[in-house]
Design a protein around this ligand. Structure first.
Ligand code: TTP
Ligand code: MG
Length: 357
């Protein structure tokens, strides 16, 4: 069977939340900036949502406890998460990108895939188009992005990360093997730290090592996922770029009978409703990537805070752990909570997950 060769773009904004903050406050330019929980002079709970590249030089990273970030870089500018602002900017960027192709797929708040097969005749034209997109986003939004170009979504997404910020990485079909081989297995979509340790234990460190494995050994070790990993290691991904419309999010919330400052109770409630959300996720055969919590204090002041995971998942523990981390930033002994909620979004159906390989 001869398949039409595809050309896929993956676009990812650079240090998105902090880039938006820098744009709004020119005085931050050149200084380390961290967006996330309040560091409270090193005693704060919660995590870093993201940080700019100046802060990354000090070792600060997304998902790190904010207290650790403070230790590494107390001089950084620490800002709360202004989700409403980033969502507005994200919508405008997606509108720009959507105009370039009818085969478009949003993937998280600052990422999207574009299938430009029918818009360009080869990779040279694809490069020109990618530069045009970068230029348009910059001139309209004063933000930079990185673009990965490849024969499928998997390769394009891995390529984006190779040169960041403001990068453009092109991997032609015939270059895929050479491109993937030296990279760590962690670069593959579903390989987390645990899987990496297991793979390392059989001497597999790079994607090239994985590609040389016997697929039956991988299936024995990891079940069905093992077979998927093997195909991915060979850069094979037939999934289509398509907008997922129908289900936007699944959420639950609870109002306490009496406003409470009992953190244990709030946490337990959050975990219980996360379990309900998770049951819905499983019953609809979905995978999610973004977890958002909602906290309303007794005076009705309401906060919504989300985190997009670096992987897609359908595991209860990922949902509960992320929700718990997000909640920690809002717990204050002196403030009673009236309501908590949890939402998951950015879905992939199990059907599509299977077709990704
Ligand atoms: P990313 O694209 O993963 O990160 P980034 O845009 O900040 O940096 P990079 O230049 O490496 O792409 O995530 C997009 C946004 O999602 C990020 O700006 C903040 C948010 N986010 C979280 O809130 N928590 C997280 O753990 C991660 C990874 C991201
Ligand atoms: Mg990004």
């Amino acid at each position: 069977m001869t398949e039409k060769k595809r050309i896929i773009f993956h676009v990812d904004m650079d240090h998105f939340f902090t880039a938006v903050e820098e744009r709004e406050h020119l005085e931050y330019k050149g200084k380390p900036v961290v967006v996330g929980a309040d560091p409270k002079q090193g005693k704060g709970r919660g995590v870093v949502s993201t940080c700019n590249y100046e802060a990354r030089k000090f070792g600060v990273r997304s998902g790190m406890p904010i207290s650790k970030a403070w230790k590494l870089c107390p001089e950084a500018i620490y800002l709360p998460v202004n989700y409403a602002l980033y969502t507005r900017v994200s919508e405008r960027i997606m509108e720009i990108l959507r105009k370039y192709t009818d085969k478009f797929e949003r993937w998280g708040i600052d990422e999207a895939f574009l299938d430009v097969t029918s818009k360009v005749k080869d990779f040279a034209e694809a490069e020109t188009l990618a530069r045009e997109i970068k230029q348009q986003i910059y001139s309209e939004e004063k933000l930079t992005c990185s673009i990965g170009v490849g024969p499928n979504k998997l390769v394009a997404k891995i390529a984006t990360d190779i040169q960041k910020p403001n990068g453009l990485t092109i991997v032609k079909e015939e270059e895929v093997g050479k491109f993937l081989a030296p990279l760590s297995v962690r670069k593959l979509l579903w390989v987390g730290r645990k899987t990496e340790t297991k793979l390392n234990s059989i001497g597999v460190k790079t994607i090239g090592d994985l590609a040389r494995c016997d697929p039956t050994v991988l299936t024995e070790m990891f079940g069905g996922v093992g077979g998927q990993m093997y195909l991915m290691a060979h850069g094979i991904d037939r999934s289509e770029v398509e907008e997922r419309g129908e289900v936007k999010s699944i959420s639950r919330e609870r109002t306490f009978e009496q406003d409470t400052s009992d953190f244990g109770l709030v946490l337990e409630t959050l975990e219980r409703i996360a379990k309900e959300v998770h049951e819905d996720v499983l019953s609809q055969s979905l995978y999610f990537k973004t977890v958002t919590i909602k906290v309303r204090y007794e005076n009705f002041e309401t906060h919504v805070h989300g985190k997009t995971l670096p992987f897609i998942t359908n595991r209860l523990q990922d949902l509960q752990k992320t929700a718990r981390e997000l909640l920690e930033a809002y717990f204050r002994a002196d403030r009673k909570i009236r309501l908590v909620g949890v939402r998951v979004s950015t879905f992939v159906s199990a059907e599509r997950q299977k077709t990704l390989v």
